[in-house]
Design a binder for this molecule. Structure first.
Ligand SMILES: Cc1cc2nc3c(=O)[nH]c(=O)nc-3n(C[C@H](O)[C@H](O)[C@H](O)COP(=O)(O)OP(=O)(O)OC[C@H]3O[C@@H](n4cnc5c(N)ncnc54)[C@H](O)[C@@H]3O)c2cc1C
Length: 303
């Protein structure tokens, strides 16, 4: 099996009336999209997360059909499956420009040479803006770094992925879950955002996230942290990806700005992009919503 699926289930506990109301107000919208999601009582939260802080607990938003996967194993699996279908990968090869003839893309220029083509998909993630600028299109994607960590493994003691959206002085939400191996994986959204492409781990991360985790879940206190890392969210102003053909350069397709949801959205979007390029079929609603030419003034309701 390439990856594990089926839990953890998102659980957003609420310790203030404001947060509880905000979460409950979102439920009709989420249910409207067919999501199996609901509100559970404080005793059910305690049952699902034995040892969670009890004082002030008002209940939580619970989404019982979520799952998780290993991004490392997933990309390895995609790589193997794509090679079996005849895809060729060129590693350590940087795209440095494109050739355009009469408004049509004709070649990719790399630091290893030129590759002729009729279509290009810009899927450069946090560097998507740099690549789109190579064809003269300026798209609002900016790298925003997030740090994560993983502990030693212990016997399973809770199943949900706990997401605490109450902000403190230095950070917004943070979340953690216990993976299939028993390790706790955790991550936090610092405030202000850490913009840029620096991926070195910082000395700020653990002092920022650990006290918050222990306050919510004191049972974690004897676990040892094994490893930390820092990666990039390719952010957009409205928190939605940028997906669609370039209007000026025929054959050039943008698939960037996946924000903090690229693994969840990637496979579905890739299917739609393949259909759009190979068959000329575009899902009008999705492509209008994610258009590179939208006004970007929307806002995420829940981060
Ligand atoms: C700590 C953390 C936790 C996250 N958790 C989740 C989660 O729970 N769920 C979720 O869905 N998402 C999550 N994300 C976000 C997710 O990782 C991203 O949205 C996703 O990786 C973006 O995918 P992408 O293919 O667009 O870009 P990337 O995965 O960044 O791939 C872009 C590729 O383009 C290459 N590239 C860039 N420029 C060039 C160039 N000039 N020439 C050649 N190659 C180039 C890069 O080297 C890279 O390999 C998380 C991210 C972080 C950092």
């Amino acid at each position: 099996m390439f990856f594990f699926w089926g839990g953890p289930f998102f659980l957003l506990p609420a310790y203030s009336e404001d947060i509880a109301r905000g979460l409950k107000d979102l439920l009709p919208i989420q249910k409207g999209f067919g999501l199996n999601i609901g509100w559970i009582s404080s005793s059910e939260v305690r049952e699902r997360c034995p040892g969670i802080r009890e004082d002030g607990l008002l209940g939580g938003m619970f989404s019982p059909e979520d799952g998780h996967l290993s991004s490392l194993k997933l990309t390895g699996a995609f790589h193997r499956l794509a090679m079996a279908r005849g895809v060729e990968f060129l590693f350590k090869t940087a795209v440095v420009g494109f050739e355009i003839d009469k408004g049509k893309i004709t070649a990719v220029l790399t630091d290893q040479g030129k590759i002729g083509c009729s279509h290009v998909v810009n899927a450069a993630g946090a560097y998507g803006k740099d690549v789109s600028l190579m064809v003269g299109t300026d798209l609002p994607v900016y790298p925003d770094s997030h740090e994560a960590g993983v502990t030693e493994p212990v016997q399973r003691f809770f199943l949900p992925m706990l997401v605490d959206i109450a902000p403190d002085e230095q950070s917004d939400n943070y979340y953690f879950y216990q993976n299939a191996e028993g390790q706790i994986v955790f991550c936090i959204t610092p405030r202000p955002q850490r913009l840029g492409t620096d991926r070195r781990s910082t000395s700020e991360f653990l002092p920022m996230v650990i006290p918050r985790m222990l306050n919510l879940y004191p049972r974690l206190r004897n676990l040892k942290v094994r490893r930390v890392w820092r990666g990039l969210y390719p952010m957009t102003p409205d928190g939605k990806p940028i997906v669609g053909f370039d209007r000026e350069v025929q054959g050039f397709f943008h698939a960037i700005g996946m924000c903090g949801q690229g693994l969840m959205l990637g496979p579905g979007l890739a299917d739609m992009i393949a259909l759009a390029i190979a068959e000329g079929q575009e899902d009008e609603e999705v492509f209008a919503d994610l258009s590179p030419y939208r006004d970007f003034s929307g806002e995420e309701l829940l981060k």
